[in-house]
Design a protein around this ligand. Sequence first.
Ligand code: NAD
Length: 360
Amino acid sequence: MRAFTYETLPMRVVFGPGCCPELAGEVDRLGMQRVLVLCTPQQEHGARGIADILGHRAVSVFAGARVHVPIATAEAAGTAARAAGVDGCVAVGGGSTIGLGKALALRDSLPMVAVPTTYAGSEMTPIWGVTEDGVKRTGRNRKVLPRAVVYDPDLTHSLPVGSSVTSGLNAVAHAVEALYAPDLSPIPALMAEDGVRALVGALERIVRTPTDPDARTDALRGSWLCGAALGSTTMSLHHKLCHVLGGTFDLPHADVHAVLLPHVVAFNSPAAPEAMAALRRALGVDLHPASALWQLANRLGAPTNLATVGMPTEGVADVVRQVLMEPYANPRPVDGPDLTALLTRALHGDGPRPDRGPGT
Ligand code: NAD
């Protein structure tokens, strides 16, 4: 076994179907007395229901969360928080809303309780991201970790099948990159492998029966494990590509993850044999994991083509330039021609080429 350093992240998790009413007790336990409830415009109705559960503790609702946390949104939420004199936030939603809560934790030192309603897994990571002038800046800071996370699978029944699939594949990507991260250690490895197993099985069932309560519960458990695995490890090429693509072209984040994952797995596989073995076990296949993930995406009806999710065909060179300017860690060295080939295949919806590499 290789040497490792592992530090547990401070995190309280309350999990269970119907556990949402426990949120009020969690807020009290943290000593928060006046909270701002954060959500997207689309989830305002549900967030107001959560505010009702919180009663007098919820003094205002900010329903302006947007994907990739535009700086103007973070500033508007900060102004709303100060105007309402709050001492904390409750973020009800997916990665966009929790990302806004992280921005407030970072900029305004407001503690957050998260109530996730997608499978993106942001609530488990100390990774924040803010977009300014078309560039998404990301960083790691423990200050942005939620003080508590209330996972109620019942809140995910309303998540459309398409978003369930793509946010689930976003979480699978967290686990994949954790499995070949330079700082992987035994506990995140277990979480990543079991998270992929739970999520992939659950997504197949959700596509068949979107309100299957056991499938929804398994998916959220898998998302927690995958997010926690990434929270304890370092992100690599896949996340770098998604951040650059999302920030530059304002693309739907989870869709970009879904399209790119098989291609990045194909590219990195020669340099990550142990991760590939873990993925084969988790996916329950003898196939190359890149091919298995490609087939899975097609079976689940996920997007497999960057052009259809909004990437301009002339955008490849700009993405390659940005990725190489500030690269993330990666098990396999990355260069311009390989990245261009990988992105071109993903742009046109061609399948991954795990045996010959992306450039052939
Ligand atoms: P999202 O939060 O943008 O939500 C997508 C849409 O689904 C929104 O309109 C939202 O209102 C709606 N929605 C969410 N839950 C719903 C539900 N239960 N029922 C009905 N509608 C619902 O999507 P996401 O994929 O969760 O998050 C994407 C964002 O999260 C990106 O900005 C990404 O960068 C970030 N992210 C960050 C991390 C991290 O560790 N920092 C991890 C994953 C994702």
